[in-house]
Design a protein around this ligand. Structure first.
Ligand SMILES: [Zn+2]
Length: 175
């Protein structure tokens, strides 16, 4: 399990380290809440988040982290409310800064879009960072690209919510 993906991000970059792995959706409870709630355990396990992190230092002695994320998730279609695949491929470049927060904000003003600033941290929680980035990257209202109704008919997975009720309502016997 990837329970402790904690790294010293500055040391990681200085040593040009690399780390890749898989996070399960179960490792990301805040993200999981925003997605389709799988009814089957196997369905839940199919949703996984692959990541690759590399550390680099440039000629100006600036330290960077490069993070790639490929997430195979399942969201609720906002039109038909059934599950739909949601594949996110994200890439981030972070410049690690060991300056104070106030200076970091000043630096951010000059920031270009090539990278985000990341505070140096000897105990950076990589899983939390990945989870945060995925939450921010989630579409606000994901919908099936094709006709939803057609999809439901094809899959036949969508149970009629009234089917259960019908079994409960017995015709009244007249005496
Ligand atoms: Zn749909």
């Amino acid at each position: 399990m990837n329970q402790h993906l904690v790294i010293d991000n500055l040391a990681f970059s200085k040593k040009s380290e690399a780390l890749s792995g898989i996070l399960l959706l179960a490792d990301c409870p805040r993200l999981q809440e925003l997605l389709h709630q799988p009814s089957l355990k196997a369905e839940s396990k199919a949703q996984e988040i692959a990541f690759n992190l590399t550390g680099t230092t440039n000629s100006l002695n600036q330290h960077f982290l490069s993070l790639s994320i490929t997430a195979n998730l399942s969201a609720n279609c906002q039109r038909c409310l059934s599950a739909m695949p949601l594949i996110l491929k994200l890439h981030f470049n972070y410049l690690i800064s060991d300056v104070e927060d106030a200076d970091l904000e000043a630096l951010a003003l000059d920031n270009v879009d090539d990278y985000d600033l990341l505070q140096s941290n000897a105990n950076m929680d990589l899983a939390a960072l990945i989870e945060d980035e995925l939450i921010m990257a989630l579409p606000i209202a994901p919908t099936h690209e094709n006709n939803c109704v057609e999809l439901i008919t094809q899959s036949g997975e969508k149970p009629n919510p009234f089917a259960a009720l019908q079994g409960l309502i017995k015709p009244q016997k007249s005496e």
